[in-house]
Design a binder for this molecule. Structure first.
Ligand code: PGA
Length: 258
């Protein structure tokens, strides 16, 4: 089975201006040692306006951090006032782009079709999508969680080739666990991450599924990261609130310390 390098990403959402962003990353770097980064990827996803500053900081201080963006437009350019395109992000050394975060789906009306177009734009420009999927509480209680997630995967990956699928990261984020302090149990996270891998196996074959990295997201904290990461199909975490504290995010990243 291929080795899957775990990936821990911080999604800052609409928090921190570019000066605060620099401080946050500097503090994070201070808390982390070389061993903490070893064998895993650590990514920060600041707001658009901080990307340039953080790119410069990563380069100048040679920090082993990846840069991620929280969204992008599906078109490369055009009359789309206020939007940011994938090639603009690629020019800033952005490596990962969140696609279809539940807040974008719920608050900005992003359908699977829109998410699919964004996934493809990100891949067209040599970056990797972190495709977010997850059910609402209502859907979970109705026993529809797995079907909802499978449908989101199918819709969002339409036309994505096997070669492109190997570059993908999927984040399972149950909507009811985001920002609520109520995380999925490690067993629930494991079950859905395994189901996601199973669906990728259906679409792209077992080899691609075995290499796929599946993150869990939703109230990940220093106190629950170890148990979550201990699950065989959980290959990382997408961290919201706790990534805004350099101490907490460093504790999450360094969860393997003794
Ligand atoms: P949370 O957010 O960690 O604050 O629950 C996770 C996310 O929305 O990616």
């Amino acid at each position: 089975m291929p080795e899957r390098t775990p990936i821990i990403a911080g999604n800052w959402k609409m928090h921190r201006d570019h000066l605060e962003a620099i401080q946050l990353v500097q503090k994070l770097a201070y808390h982390l040692s070389e061993e903490d980064y070893e064998g895993q990827e650590v990514v920060v996803c600041p707001p658009f306006v901080a990307l340039r500053s953080i790119q410069t900081l990563i380069q100048s201080d040679k920090l082993p951090l990846g840069l991620g963006a929280q969204n992008c437009h599906a078109e490369d350019e055009g009359a789309f006032t206020g939007e940011i395109s994938a090639p603009m992000l690629a020019r800033l050394d952005v490596a990962y782009v969140l696609c279809g975060h539940s807040e974008r789906r719920a608050l900005f009306g992003e359908t699977d079709e829109v998410v699919n177009a964004k996934v493809r734009a990100v891949q067209r420009h040599g970056m990797r999508p972190i495709l977010c999927v997850g059910e609402t509480l209502e859907q979970r209680e109705a026993g529809e969680a797995t079907q909802v997630v499978v449908d989101q995967l199918r819709g969002s990956l339409e036309g994505v080739t096997i070669g492109e699928a190997t570059q993908l990261v999927v984040a399972y984020e149950p909507v009811w666990a985001i920002g609520t302090g109520r995380n999925a149990t490690p067993d629930d996270a494991q079950e859905m991450c395994a189901a996601i891998r199973g669906e990728i196996a259906e679409q792209y074959g077992q080899g691609t599924a075995d290499g796929l990295r599946v993150q869990y997201g939703g109230s990940v904290k220093p106190g629950n990261i170890r148990e979550l990461m201990g699950q065989p199909d959980v290959d990382g975490a997408l961290v919201g609130g706790a990534s805004l504290s350099s101490e907490d995010f460093a504790l999450i990243v360094s969860h393997r310390r003794g």
